[in-house]
Write a protein that binds this ligand. Structure first.
Ligand code: 2HA
Ligand code: ZN
Length: 269
């Protein structure tokens, strides 16, 4: 069967990267059934032929106008599709969509008419925000990491930046590679615009945000970097949990030690 990936090595590489990360999400136990979703802005890889491709779906409303996404292209995991299937057969469990010139509707153009993720609204709103401010961020990851989601079931951890400092203090890597910390979004209905709006507000300050009692969202230049931030935060959560299981409260690195890392890695305040 013909695929949009044929003779497009850069696009094929992007999709292979998504498939690799989808496999990690499943292996980590963060992606039960159809849990989690991934979208990647591939507009820079859309050549003339892609731009002329016919729609293979009806024109579908996004539900909002996305002024910065006119004519953009996204690779989107399909709704109700499994991450573990996306890992093995990406083009059967995802599709490429085009945002129409009205910035309010999309069509699917390849390979199959796989309806995009139920979190499309929040993902596109995040892309719209990132593109609008001229950022080079192109990937949005949403997944359900067990340890980090468990922590959001304790209201103490929902206060601003409590979890950020706790997780930073577990291991120097987290301070270095998740330098903006972790935003917290109080529980909202999955797939809702309330959740999408709250997420975009937090992106002004953070690259990774927790959705209380649900999951995590990370944005970055590519899907590997987005995954790595979540993986690093989860490692910190595991260290915290392991210490608690050993029967003690971990000391954590001191504020001074964390500040040392900030300076050594030239990180913003
Ligand atoms: O795609 O994770 O938040 C399934 C979900 C919705
Ligand atoms: Zn979810």
């Amino acid at each position: 069967m013909k695929s949009i990936l044929d003779n497009r090595p850069l696009l094929a590489e992007k999709v292979a990267e998504v498939a690799e990360v989808a496999g990690y999400l499943w292996q980590k136990g963060w992606a039960e059934r159809n849990g989690g979703n991934i979208t990647v802005n591939i507009t820079a890889l859309a050549d003339e032929e892609i731009r002329n491709m016919q729609a293979i779906s009806d024109i579908t409303p996004i539900g909002r106008t996305m002024p910065h996404l006119k004519g953009c292209y996204f690779f989107c995991k399909g709704t109700n599709k499994r991450m573990r299937d996306l890992a093995r057969k990406p083009m059967e469990n995802a599709s490429v969509i085009r945002i129409l010139d009205d910035c309010s509707n999309y069509v699917i153009i390849a390979d199959n008419p796989v309806k995009p993720t139920s979190e499309l609204a929040s993902h596109l709103l995040m892309h719209n925000y990132m593109t609008g401010k001229g950022s080079n961020y192109k990937a949005v990851l949403h997944t359900h990491p067990i340890d980090l989601v468990a922590m959001t079931h304790n209201s103490i951890f929902l206060e601003k930046d409590i979890l950020t400092y706790l997780l930073w203090s577990m291991i120097p890597e987290t301070r270095a590679f998740c330098p903006k910390g972790l935003g917290i979004i109080p529980y909202e209905m999955p797939s809702s615009f309330d959740l999408a709006d709250a997420t975009v507000r937090e992106l002004e300050e953070y690259d990774v945000v927790m959705w209380e009692k649900h999951g995590i969202c990370a944005v970055s230049e590519n899907i590997t970097e987005a995954f790595d931030m979540v993986d690093t935060l989860s490692k910190s959560a595991q260290i915290y949990l392991t210490a608690k299981q050993m029967g003690f409260e971990p000391d954590g690195m001191s504020l001074m030690q964390m500040e040392e890392i900030r300076i050594a890695f030239n990180l913003p305040k």
